[in-house]
Design a protein around this ligand. Sequence first.
Ligand code: AHR
Length: 336
Amino acid sequence: MLSLTKKTGLRPIAASFIALAALTFSAGFGIAHAADDALPKIPNKKPLRVGFAQTESNNPWRLAETRSFKEIASKCGWQMVMTDANSSAAKQVADIQSMIAQHVDLLVFPPREEKPLVPVIMQAKKAGIPVILVDRNVDQSMAKAGKDYITFIGSDFIDQGQRAADWLIKATNGKATIIELEGSTGASAANDRKKGFDEVIAKNPGMKIVASQSGDFARDKGRQVMETLLQAHPDVTAVYAHNDEMALGAIAAIKAAGKQPGKDIQIVTIDGTKGGLEAIKAGELGASVQSSPFFGPLACDVAQKYAKGETIPPWVKVSDRFYDKSNVDASMQYGY
Ligand code: AHR
């Protein structure tokens, strides 16, 4: 203030007015900036209207995930608004935009793909609706957990891919010709499961991935892709599928080609569905890394803690089991 009086030669009263105006101006920006940047709060009311936008419902994993939200809803005081995007990221975007227009109190969803769902996260934030991502994450260079949305609750997909590779290396004594069946293109689950697996395999000269193609996490697509790739690579000795459903599709294709899954061709996968565990029991599937779909209770817990003002980490990591013939009998209870 003194220096402002000296510099401008204004009388203290005028200087203080200018200083106050400047302060208000900059603080105004500061406040507006902070408010823009702050994550929206979860309102303290019951029931809380919670939007859950599912990606698709064409496999047991997705059905189990949806069920876990339906089951937790009344216990958590949530009134669910649920949609199903039928395997379309564009539809999932539209579903979430409609939930924003309905002013739900909280949005929880698995982004089908890493990039297309980023704008709706930003739109929700702008509309004052908090977001929790479950199962899959978005591209962290475009939107950040803890800044643009509360948190990501989910497995470490890179680690899942690494564990699948470790098992396959042991099961094949470090020598295999591999077909990889990828999940949905652009999904964090597919990108990271591929990264984790491929990096470990690349360090083993006896292991070679001869083909890698998307089966969209779907059983019949997995079967079709496997059928085609088997014709191009009849010498294949191993399959890594990014989920159990595609592995089960691959098993059908292998049998149709007159080969024995689990003997002529070793198969490793991810999910731990009932069908996957039964295939391990039958000796057709070698191993499955669990990927838990039961996000309902976790999301409820995180939302309640966040509403109370507790600090939530940007990634609430889910730890996963591992199934092979050594523990499958004792693990059937975990299948879904
Ligand atoms: O994002 C998780 C994956 O998506 C599961 O492995 C798969 O089954 C699902 O469709």
